[in-house]
Design a protein around this ligand. Sequence first.
Ligand code: HEC
Length: 198
Amino acid sequence: MAKQTRLIPSLLAATALSVAAMPTQTGTSTDEAVTAQLQDYKATMQAFGKTLKGELQAAMKAGGPMAAVQVCNERAPEIAANLNAESGHTLRRTSLKPRATAATDWERAVLEDFEARQAAGTPVGEIAWHEVKEVDGEKQLRFMQAIATEGVCLTCHGQDVDPKLKAEIDRLYPDDQATGFEEGDIRGAFSVTAALDD
Ligand code: HEC
């Protein structure tokens, strides 16, 4: 895990500052708390991915992409909201070319670093990042993990989306930027945040 999480310099500096400002914290207990909490985050991400993919495939089979688009539109935010209520995490998916969820400034910086890491040869499945950051007096654990574009995603995120389907996507998302991807591209990332439980 450690070798997969490379902090980008500006965020590294910010982390070093916020950690230095907390003299009561021993490095070891924080490290253990971070490791444990990242495992919980991964469970939430996996539950999201499994549920959405299952519903997406079922809708695709039953009603084709026009039905499946409704699943992504309605169910993706609901599944995330349900998991967040259960876990106390804030999980979302975002992208440099978003359909529904634009990146915040720090998410954008991490996504740009992810692109650079992929360009340097790191497989998308291994690209992740985290930091402990003090926000409004609370220590938060921020985590992001890259999401690869697979063949099945191209129907709605690829280079030649069926015009009828694209019209429906544009009706739902007038500012849609999430087309033109190729298999293997970074489609976006999971972003998970919660108070650090240490
Ligand atoms: C049937 C059409 C459809 C397919 C197939 C599809 N998506 Fe999406 N995708 C959407 C829609 C609609 C949204 C916006 C829903 C939301 O996240 O609120 C979306 C949003 C996303 C987001 C959130 C970031 C953003 O752009 O707002 C990611 C990441 C994403 N999709 C990745 C994938 C991946 C990876 C696959 C393949 C495994 C995939 N999608 C397959 C329609 C689709």
